[in-house]
Structures are given as C-alpha cells and as structure tokens.
Design a binder for this molecule. Structure first.
Ligand code: PMV
Length: 359
C-alpha cells in the first residue's frame, strides 16, 4: 500500500510585506506581491499522503481527528487539482500533525502539496510547487521553500506567473530571530478569505495601501540584501500597522489585534527600541505577535515580552531551510496495515514527533 506514499515536513512563514486581498478568488491571485521568512522547525507540520488502488474513498485526519464534510472537501480540493492535472486515478489517505495549537494554513497546505506530489513522483520544481500550494492558500505559496521568500503577484489571468521565489537562503542572515508571543490560541475571528473580500469591497484606504506597497517591497529587498536591521525594522512595523489600519477601515471593522497585542507594540517601540533598534513587531490575522530581532538581542526581547500580562508563551525561531522529506517509513503518519492515521504525537520536551499515545 505504501507504493505511492510520501511524508513532508514544512514550517509556517511570517510575512514582512503582507498579502491582503485577492484579484482572483478561485485561482488565489493577489493584488500585491509579498515577502516572508520561512520559519525554522520550532513550529512545523508533518503530513503523510498515500495514494493506493486499495482505497475505495478519500480519507483525511488532522491531529487524529477524521475530517468530514466541508473540512474534508477543503483539503481534497488541492488533491483533486493534482489528480486532474496529472491524470491520477487513485484515492488518497492523508494524515497531518501540527506541532502547535493553531494550525497554519501556510505550512498545512505546503506540506500537503509537497507530500502528495512527492508520493506520485511528479518531481516538480519549486515554482510548480508554489503555484499548486497557492491555490490551497495564498500564503502557502511561500512555505514550499526556505529562507527569505518573495511571492510576485504576476499579471497573467491564469496565474502562471504568480509564484514565490527564494531571494536569499536562510544562511544569508543567520542572526535573524523571530520571537513569537502567543496571546490567544483560538481560531481566527474572521477568516482571512472573507476578511480580504470585505476590505476590498469597503475600505477606501485599501487603494492607498496598494499604491504604497511596491516601494515598501523594494526597500525591504534592499534592507534584507544589505542586512540592514534598522531599515528592516521600520518597514516591517509600518507595513504591519498599514495592513491593520486597512482592516480597521473595513466595514464592519476587522480587529485582529487586542489590548495585549497593542501592549507588545508599545513595549517594542517605547522600551526595546530606545537608543538602538532591537526589535520589529508584525501581526497577521490574529493577536499573536511575531517580533523579529537579531540573535544578540533575543534574550532581552524574550524577557521583555514574557513580562507583559496576557502573554501566554514565548517561542524563539530562526529562519528555516524549507520543506523536508521523511525517508523512514516508520515515521509516516499513515499505518501501512490499516491505512489509518497512526498514533504519533508531538513531544514538547524533545520537540520531536514520536510514536505513542494520542495527544
Ligand atoms: O493565505 P492566507 O489565507 O493564510 O492569508 C494570509 C494573510 C496574512 O497572513 C494576514 C498575511 C500574509 O501575507 O501571510
């Protein structure tokens, strides 16, 4: 049964120039180009995909929960796309484990695309993987590769030129750190899909955002290439503030940030960055903070964030190298005998996925 099987591990990416708004909802084509850093393995997704003629239906498990209805359909959309494009006529079993409480659509979709295409031995280029992952979730287009990544919006209506590329490997700026301050581990209040749509339909400031972004992106490319942390920090924070301003300008307003998030912004600006730029906050569609800093300031930043009431946990990541394929079949998440998800779990202490009891 494991003839057409593969297991991939991917990590989330955190954008410093954000994607917010689609010009094509079906193909997931963005209004603007974006840039992100793929994270190291502190947070990761492991996904096994098996295609077999023995399977009579598609099945999927996430965190040991068998998916039904809409959730299963969402995951199969991308599998169906791969089946159609490459004329595959086999049912699939998919099992996925996230080593963090709130699932990242970026690492989840990237892992699914990497594992499924590898299982089918399609031998796709990073560009082809990115185009496929993009159609699962826009930000996933940037998680199929490591380092400093840019997703160019493209201009073609079919999306053939809308994919991510690595602009610098992780080793280019190895001192870069992302200190994550977990504030709330629940689900997003408004999905990014519907939030983006509401912003485009109602925010008069959105047009101004699209006008300012190309120059911000160019300055960000220069800051990353030159490893200029001061410029990097300013562009990162202004860009996060801009996206959240446009969200607030949406009707009804979208507020992902809460009082703890705002206190983190204050601490970065008024404590950590006095005299020297040590940190740069950025927030996605939620209140958790990603504070970029350099290795030499990481301890100071972590200490300051831990002292903020309401910060539940502080994690430190580096920039990561991108997807990894697991060769050893005993580490696959699908049991070869039953075709069902195995009883693996994530061990917090060793930061490894191990065989054992269910979480
Ligand atoms: O691809 P989605 O639906 O997860 O959208 C992600 C959008 C942001 O995280 C807010 C910004 C970004 O560029 O990652």
């Amino acid at each position: 049964m494991l003839d057409y099987a593969s297991t991939a591990e991917t990590t989330p990416n955190i954008a410093v120039i954000k994607y917010w708004g689609k010009r094509d909802e079906k193909l997931i084509l963005p209004h603007n180009s974006s840039m992100s850093f793929t994270m190291s393995e502190v947070l990761k997704t492991r996904t096994t995909v098996v295609f077999s003629k023995d399977f009579t239906e598609d099945s999927a498990w996430i965190q040991h929960e068998k998916l039904e209805g809409q959730e299963l359909y969402g995951l199969l959309r991308i599998i169906n796309l791969i089946r159609e494009r490459y004329s595959i006529n086999l049912k699939a079993h998919i099992a996925s484990l996230n080593c963090f409480p709130t699932a990242s659509s970026a690492s989840g979709m990237a892992a699914l695309v990497c594992a499924a295409t590898k299982a089918l031995r399609l031998n796709l280029s990073p560009k082809e993987l990115s185009i496929l992952a993009r159609q699962g979730s826009g930000s996933a287009s940037r998680s199929v590769m490591g380092g400093f990544v840019e997703w160019r919006r493209g201009v073609e209506p079919d999306g053939s030129d809308s994919f991510a590329e690595q602009i610098k490997p992780a080793s280019h700026w190895s001192e870069m750190r992302n200190v994550i301050a977990l504030v709330d581990q629940g689900r997003k209040k408004v999905s990014s899909r519907s939030g983006m749509r509401q912003t485009i339909e109602t925010s008069p400031l959105y047009r101004a955002r699209l006008d300012y972004l190309p120059e911000a992106l160019e300055k960000m490319r220069q800051a990353v290439t030159a490893k200029n942390f001061e410029d990097f920090a300013e562009i990162t924070m202004r860009e996060s503030d801009n996206m959240h301003a446009v969200m607030l300008d949406t009707w009804p307003p979208i507020t992902y940030l809460n009082d703890v998030s705002r206190q983190i912004m204050h601490t970065v600006r008024e404590d950590l960055n006095i005299g020297e730029t040590r940190a740069a906050y950025t927030f996605d569609a939620g209140p958790n903070a990603h504070v970029y800093t350099l290795e030499k300031h990481a301890e100071t930043v972590k200490k300051a964030l831990k002292e903020i009431p309401g910060v539940q946990q502080v994690l430190e990541c580096k920039v990561g190298d991108g997807p990894k394929y697991i060769e050893d079949e005993s580490d696959y998440l699908i049991d070869p005998e039953s075709g069902e998800m195995r009883d693996h779990f994530f061990d917090e202490a060793s930061k490894k996925i191990v065989v054992g009891r269910q979480i």
